[in-house]
Design a protein around this ligand. Structure first.
Ligand SMILES: *Cc1c(COP(=O)(O)O)cnc(C)c1O
Length: 231
């Protein structure tokens, strides 16, 4: 399976513990229960052996953003029974394949993707990804289109609508962006009260995300160290 770079493994447990402490601290500041926050460790570009090392440290939820890479790791590590979260752009023609290993898809951004997933045999957690920028080329659906898309998810027997997902824009204070996201989450809950999850918060902004109600953090480099170059 290939061992991760020797610079990566030492310190992995330490960095994971530091992030877990940081989550507890941010929850305390926000008067929230850390039990209500799920840490997804983003392992993209890292080898399966790093994911296995994380599993040894008690990690159950891992995030990947490319189908082929995710599929290969999920197959190799099937015995570990991890929950694989798909967090990247998903091509419609790869959707059914991703549905075989994905516990959750955080990047639901168009009806065609929902339709491609709606007939699969497994139940998958679905997050509607919202674009918090004005740039239509960035990932996610425009905020005004989020509710119709969510309705489509609700009609898909294989999808369980969990909530919203977003990436904070680089050019904006993340706290402001996450505040808007919290508003979109509230709108979604008016459609389905159970869809209360908020997938937000990365290495540099997870404390702000927690302050604005994030329930699913997607944290990579703070835990895994620097990412190898994509292959
Ligand atoms: C890579 C990635 C992350 C994790 O980013 P870090 O800054 O390394 O924590 C989170 N969400 C998405 C959608 C990503 O692509």
């Amino acid at each position: 399976m290939g061992f991760p770079d020797s610079a990566v493994l030492p310190g992995l447990g330490q960095r994971l513990a530091e992030v877990r402490d940081g989550i507890v601290d941010a929850c305390r500041s926000a008067s929230r229960d850390p039990e209500d926050v799920t840490l997804i460790v983003v392992t993209k570009f890292h080898p399966a052996s790093l994911v296995a090392a994380l599993a040894d440290l008690g990690v159950r939820d891992v995030g990947e953003n490319r189908h082929q890479e995710a599929q290969a790791k999920a197959e190799e590590l099937a015995g570990l029974h991890l929950a694989w979260h798909f967090i990247g752009q998903l091509q419609t023609k790869k959707a059914r394949q991703a549905a075989r290993y994905a516990h959750a898809i955080h990047s639901i951004d168009r009806e065609r993707l929902v339709d491609a997933l709606s007939g699969v045999e497994r139940e998958i957690d679905a997050f509607v990804q919202i674009n918090l920028t004005d740039d239509p080329h960035r990932g996610g659906v425009a905020p005004d289109d989020a509710l119709p898309l969510a309705e489509r998810v609700l009609e898909a027997p294989s999808l369980r609508l969990r909530g919203v997902m977003a990436v904070a824009p680089l050019e904006e204070d993340p706290a402001r962006a996450f505040e808007r996201l919290a508003g979109y989450s509230e709108r979604l809950r008016s459609l389905d009260p159970a869809a209360s999850a908020i997938s937000a918060g990365m290495t540099h902004d997870y404390a702000e995300a927690i302050a604005h109600g994030a329930t699913h953090l997607r944290i990579g480099s703070a835990i895994t160290g620097k990412r190898p170059e994509p292959r």
